[in-house]
Design a protein around this ligand. Structure first.
Ligand code: PMP
Length: 398
């Protein structure tokens, strides 16, 4: 026996497993709608022009690669705060936000989770049912008990808001509630501004801790629009957490660029919170990497590049919306009887199609159309060349 004889094989990541299956499929007409990645109309992962431009500048500047501060590039952290809370917001100008650079949005969630565990070790974490697959494991690995609050209503094809709000109103004080700030993954269904008001009121009256996961800012309705929910939590005077990801909005998946912001009641609180976030980072990976965050900081703080980014981001957002409309219209034209109007009500990269496990498996086996068994498809992977094949396949299994 070796040291590792008793080590069990861990289960495969279900979505990465789907990718492997896709790659092995000899069907020339296969379409991969399983991944959570934006592709352009040619089915290619875009490298944004603003990113190329910023990289050129960085290469020309030929800067040495010393260690970054533990909390990352100062200009980057400031730019993240501006995006999330608004550059002119009182909470930012009063120094009441502690922001750190993180290794992707996942890193932001994990730094926040580790800090929360020290702050309130006995809290339960509530995630939406369903949620991004990694939420549960991430908070469990940070030592928390993880439960769910109702979210998706399959029969209604929408959000079970009554169930959600009842769960929040029934949660004990200190419970951490993970909320998708916009573009809910995996369902695509967001709650309305009026419903957000009720969530904020519940968080406040029950003394809950909101943790907003903002992985898709700019993919729903716009940068400002998608960030509007943050203002509601600030206005209510709550202390809360926001994780940021630039993986999608800058198409910088592999650079691992994200952040964590903690909104505090005072500058003094923010200073002490920041000092603790830095300990979490220091004891995990010491300090973050330079390249991706430098690109994002350069783009966000250079007016011409920022304008370019906003346009390119709008381009991605608009293309997704066009694909939603096209999918809805083409399914109808293909004779699919059931009401598909939910497709254009959903936001962001994903759509819960309402298709069953059996239908999703038939799509894969008979037509080479790969989605997740839950019925989730990535609308951002549809394009003008593959959509007709996808529609034809869905029509056949419907
Ligand atoms: N939260 C949600 C809801 C996500 O969908 C994702 C990415 N798929 C993340 C967090 C993680 O983002 P990143 O890849 O930047 O770590």
């Amino acid at each position: 026996t070796s040291l590792f004889t008793a080590v069990e094989m861990a289960p495969r990541d279900p979505i990465l497993g789907l990718n492997e299956q896709f790659n092995a499929d000899p069907n020339p007409a296969k379409v991969n709608l399983g991944v959570g990645v934006y592709f352009d109309d040619n089915g290619k992962l875009p490298l944004l022009k603003c990113v190329q431009e910023a990289e050129k500048q960085l290469v020309d500047a030929a800067k040495p690669r010393g260690y970054l501060p533990i909390d990352g590039i100062a200009a980057y952290d400031k730019a993240v705060q501006g995006l999330v809370f608004g550059t002119d917001s009182a909470i930012v100008s009063e120094g009441r936000v502690a922001t750190v650079q993180a290794v992707g949005g996942t890193g932001g969630l994990k730094i926040g989770a580790d800090f929360l565990k020290r702050l309130n070790p006995n809290a339960t974490v509530l995630i939406s049912d369903p949620s991004w697959e990694n939420h549960r494991a991430l908070f469990q690995n940070a030592g928390f008990k993880v439960d769910t609050y109702p979210y998706y209503d399959a029969a209604k094809r929408g959000v079970n808001f009554d169930g959600m709000i009842a769960a929040l109103n029934g949660a004990p004080a200190g419970t951490v509630v993970v909320l998708h700030a916009c573009c809910h993954n995996p369902t695509g269904y967001d709650i309305t501004p009026a419903q957000w008001d009720q969530v904020v009121a519940a968080v406040k009256s029950r003394n809950l801790v909101a943790f907003l996961d903002m992985a898709y800012q700019g993919f729903g309705e716009g940068i400002k629009e998608d960030g509007a929910v943050i203002e509601k939590f600030v206005a209510a005077g709550l202390d809360f957490f926001v994780s940021t990801s630039f993986s999608k909005s800058f198409s910088l998946y592999g650079e691992r660029v994200g952040g964590l912001s903690v909104a505090c009641a005072s500058k003094d609180d923010a200073t002490r919170v920041l000092s603790q976030l830095k300990i979490v980072i220091r004891t995990n990976y010491s300090n973050p990497p330079t390249h991706g965050a430098q690109i994002v900081a350069t783009v966000l703080t250079t007016p011409a590049l920022r304008a370019m980014w906003e346009e390119e981001l709008a381009g991605m957002r608009v293309r997704i919306k066009q694909m939603r409309t096209a999918l809805q219209d083409k399914l109808k034209a293909a004779g699919v009887k059931q009401d598909m109007s939910f497709i254009t009500l959903q936001k962001g990269m994903f759509s819960y199609t309402g298709l069953s496990v059996e239908q999703m498996q038939r799509l894969r086996g008979e037509f080479g159309v790969y989605g997740v068994d839950s019925g989730r498809i990535c609308v951002a992977a549809l394009n003008s060349k593959n959509i007709d094949a996808v529609v034809a396949a869905i029509a056949k299994v419907s």
